[in-house]
Design a protein around this ligand. Structure first.
Ligand code: GLN
Length: 309
């Protein structure tokens, strides 16, 4: 392969220091009350380089909930089990100008726009086979596999908080049930809440980014799930809708498949090169990490990482 980017700890800490104040321009999500407890100035920046080596700076041990980044893992599992055709017969490949929790297009075409917004993600998880919380357990096990981190678990307090307050998601779930897209009861929705509550670090996110950047090969070279079709699908969805209604502008400025979550994490895949994981919990108006975005942007500029160079 071509010569290494030579990203090191100093590179990352310089970028982190330069951008950490951006958290002041954002706001920690509190529509899920338990998320509002996160300290706003926590920040971490991780890269898994071309050789699978981890480089970490900032609050490297800080755990936060994976939230919507779990949607790419759920999509991988649903497509593996049911096939892409089947999954996308129930939802679109569309981009969006709508926020992540919008009901589009449940009341027009009847189908969610894509698997990255909540409606499509709830539907995707409902398609994973298994009774009760088996679908959730498959997602958790896949996150543990990709990160090689068996200590990863979900936060029961965030899960309960989401379940108690997630009536908008519950509404979508029932509308999709009404539209004939979902069979089964609220257990299926609870799996979605649980997957969002999985706790990770920025390093774990960098490993997820690396995995999809390398045809689903793990950072240590393990090829158990190697599949170029799946990684292409996942990265294409990340690029078109991973940052929700900001995805188009983000493609212009960053130009890389990325997925954000309201916990403040973002994972980025640089095809055949590196994985990036960032964490800073204060979010911009689109629900994407404010400082996280700026750190990614600086790294991309410094190393000419955009797909569109
Ligand atoms: N659990 C969150 C929700 O359903 C996930 C949203 C997100 O991370 N954008 O609202």
């Amino acid at each position: 392969s071509s010569k290494s980017l030579q990203i090191n700890e100093k590179t990352l800490s310089d970028i982190l220091e330069k951008n950490k104040a951006f958290y002041k321009e954002g706001k920690v999500a509190d529509y899920i009350p338990e998320l509002g407890k996160m300290q706003a100035d926590k920040i971490a920046f991780s890269v898994v380089n071309e050789n699978g080596k981890v480089i970490n700076v900032g609050d490297v041990n800080q755990k936060f909930t994976i939230q919507s980044i779990s949607k790419i893992i759920a999509l991988m599992i649903a497509v593996t089990e049911k096939g892409e055709k089947n999954v996308f017969s129930k939802m679109g490949y569309f981009g969006t100008d709508k926020p992540f929790n919008h009901y589009a297009n449940l009341e027009t075409t009847g189908k969610p726009l894509n698997p990255m917004m909540n409606a499509g993600a709830i539907l995707t998880t409902s398609m994973i086979e298994g009774e009760g919380d088996i679908p959730f357990k498959k997602i958790l096990e896949m996150v543990r596999y990709i990160t090689k981190n068996n200590s990863i678990d979900y936060s029961k307090s965030v899960y309960n908080s989401e379940k108690e307050t997630g009536n908008k998601n519950r509404g979508m779930f029932y509308l999709m049930k009404n539209n004939g897209l979902i069979e089964g009861d609220e257990e299926k929705l609870n799996n979605y809440f649980k997957q969002c509550s999985i706790e990770v670090t920025a390093e774990d996110l960098a490993k997820i980014g690396y995995f999809f950047a390398h045809q689903c090969t793990r950072f240590d070279g393990d090829t158990t799930y190697k599949n170029a079709e799946i990684s292409q699908l996942i990265q294409s969805q990340m690029l078109t809708a991973g940052m929700y209604e900001f995805s188009g502008e983000y493609s212009r400025t960053v130009g890389l498949p990325s997925k954000s979550g309201v916990g403040g994490g973002i994972t980025v895949s640089v095809a055949n090169k590196i994985g990036i994981g960032v964490f800073s919990p204060a979010l911009d108006e689109h629900g994407n990490s404010a400082a996280g975005y700026h750190m990614i942007l600086d790294l991309v500029k410094q190393y000419n990482l955009s797909l569109f160079q």
